[in-house]
Write a protein that binds this ligand. Structure first.
Ligand code: MSP
Length: 505
């Protein structure tokens, strides 16, 4: 089975911030989990380099758009390994292959009769690169997202006949209730369509920084059409993942299983994008999952222009990459909005990573080393603890099939806490004092070793680094999802010493 998952491609008008890291991490959790389940995964991310947001920022800094794009694309590229993102490719929309494919696909849309030249008059946000329709305009003709005044534009553009897809889009939404997730976002998209679709600009005559319209070279494509097509063009020239050289990635992976996006770009992905694919005669994606905004302490969306940004690099520097990944998946229910801040990261680090999981891991290993010379007892596991894991792996998989990374993590965490209670209840240090209790001690230690192993396999997509270290110390490095079943396979393995996974900072 193939599983193709994407993040939005990020604007290079500014440096990466936590919002970008958030989408990337969430997508990576899903990609890693699906790999554990043996799926053939392709995970795409990249940068969106054309259009006004970039051209304006470059102008303000006195550099060319390409120079700004090069500088910031490099920063986004460097962010990926820093986040432990396991993306298979990083697309830049200034890639020549991308540009050529965009021209090809949109020329087909043109040839199919879905375009015409017309006059656009209306309100435009240069930061969103968005021609706003009536119900998207805040009071005083302001952008509801960036809170800046909108510009009145009057320009001759090529148009895409979005209105002609009204019926087909309505049918899509009637037939596929999970095309957009979660349901509140599905309803929002459907309501937008129901309010009546207007044709949208496909090209810009005023802008130079973009992909040239092949049938009218004075125009460049409106950046959103160039950008959305990245999901398709990337597969036409990305190198195949190791072991699959020579494979046709479009055949293998198109269409995407999941596009993960933030709610600010819902209209483009849930309305424009399926219509564009219909116009280009390409199959539609399985799902678009829309997550919420990370909000600054002021309760407003974190964004460079509002200046309330929490720096992911600083968080990782202080507490590590796994802590950032864990915090974002855990603290903000995926799909909703949530306030984030460094104090909350520190508090979860201490109470949940260091105390709950880290402590469970170090106690378990230390006790096996102290009482059993480091060898996991080869005995049956304790059914009271094993029972708490019944159905866990299936439940986690079911949540992640729906991209619900927060509920899946909560399911796992309930068991982490259950294990700590088990340690307190069994009190192995008491059992160790009484030779007659040796079988009970064996069962407790074997069960704990197994529990920590299963938890770490399931937590691996969230915290690849620390779970990897722990599984190595347990001499059980296998990551496959099949290994997330609680069983008595660990007996006889020799565990090694473990430094604290989440040391005091
Ligand atoms: N370039 C477009 C997307 C084109 S996709 C074909 C774009 N880029 S962006 O740099 O502005 O990044 C948008 C994405 O970053 C959002 O959809 C979201 O995934 C993420 N986030 C940016 N700020 C965010 C928050 N404050 N909170 C959560 N995610 C945010 O739009």
């Amino acid at each position: 089975m193939s599983y193709y998952i994407t993040t939005p491609i990020y604007y290079v008008n500014a440096q990466p911030h936590l919002g970008h890291a958030y989408t990337t991490i969430a997508t990576d959790v899903l990609a890693r989990h699906m790999r554990q389940r043996g799926q053939d995964v392709f995970f795409l991310t990249g940068t969106d380099e054309h259009g006004e947001p970039v051209a304006d920022a470059a102008h303000a800094q006195g550099v060319t758009p390409q120079a700004l794009a090069d500088r910031n694309a490099e920063r986004f590229q460097a962010l990926m390994p820093r986040l432990d993102a396991s993306n298979d490719f990083f697309i830049r929309t200034s890639d020549e292959q991308h540009k050529a494919r965009v021209q090809e696909v949109l020329a087909r849309v043109h040839a199919n009769g879905h375009t015409y030249k017309g006059l656009y008059e209306g309100w435009y946000c240069p930061r969103c690169a968005d021609f706003k329709v009536e119900n998207e305009i805040a009071e005083g003709n302001r952008c509801p997202i960036h809170e800046i005044g909108l510009e009145r534009h009057l320009e001759e553009n090529w148009f895409f006949r979005l209105s002609a897809f009204q019926d087909r889009l309505e049918r899509l939404y009637a037939e596929q209730a999970d095309f957009v997730m979660p349901p509140a976002r599905f309803n929002e998209a459907r309501a937008f369509i129901a309010s009546g679709l207007q044709d949208v600009s496909l090209s810009r005559a005023r802008l130079k920084w973009g992909v040239t319209v092949p049938w009218d070279p004075d125009h460049v494509f409106y950046v959103w059409f160039d950008a959305l097509l990245n999901y398709y063009t990337a597969l036409t020239y990305a190198p195949a993942p190791p072991g699959s050289e020579g494979r046709d990635l479009v055949k293998e992976f198109w269409p995407a299983s999941f596009h993960i996006i933030g709610k600010d770009i819902l209209k483009f992905h849930t309305v424009f994008w399926p219509a564009l694919l219909m116009a280009a005669e390409l199959p539609l994606p399985g799902h678009v999952f829309v997550h919420g905004f990370l909000l600054g302490a002021d309760g407003r969306k974190m964004s460079k222009s509002l200046g309330n940004v929490l720096d992911p690099f600083e968080v990782m520097q202080e507490l590590g990459t796994d802590a950032l990944r864990f915090y974002l998946a855990r603290d903000v229910p995926f799909g909703g909005d949530g306030t984030v801040g460094i104090d909350a990261v520190r508090s979860r680090y201490q109470s949940e990573l260091a105390n709950d999981y880290g402590n469970l891991a170090s106690r378990t290993l230390a006790m096996i080393r102290r009482y059993r010379d480091g060898v996991v007892p080869d005995v049956a596991v304790d059914p009271t603890l094993a029972g708490a894991f019944d159905g866990l792996a299936e439940r986690v998989a079911a949540c992640l099939d729906q991209a619900d990374i927060t509920t899946a993590l909560e399911e796992i965490w309930i068991r982490v806490r259950r294990c700590n209670r088990y340690v307190e209840q069994r009190a192995p240090w008491q059992l160790a004092k009484d030779p007659e209790q040796a079988p009970a001690l064996d069962a407790a230690l074997a069960s704990l070793a197994e529990a920590v192993r299963v938890l770490s396999v399931l937590l691996h997509p969230y915290m690849p680094d620390s779970t990897g270290t722990l599984l190595a110390a347990l001499a059980a490095p296998e990551l496959h999802y099949a290994g997330a079943a609680f069983s008595a396979t660990g007996g006889g393995r020799t565990v090694s010493a473990l430094e604290p996974l989440f040391p005091k900072r």
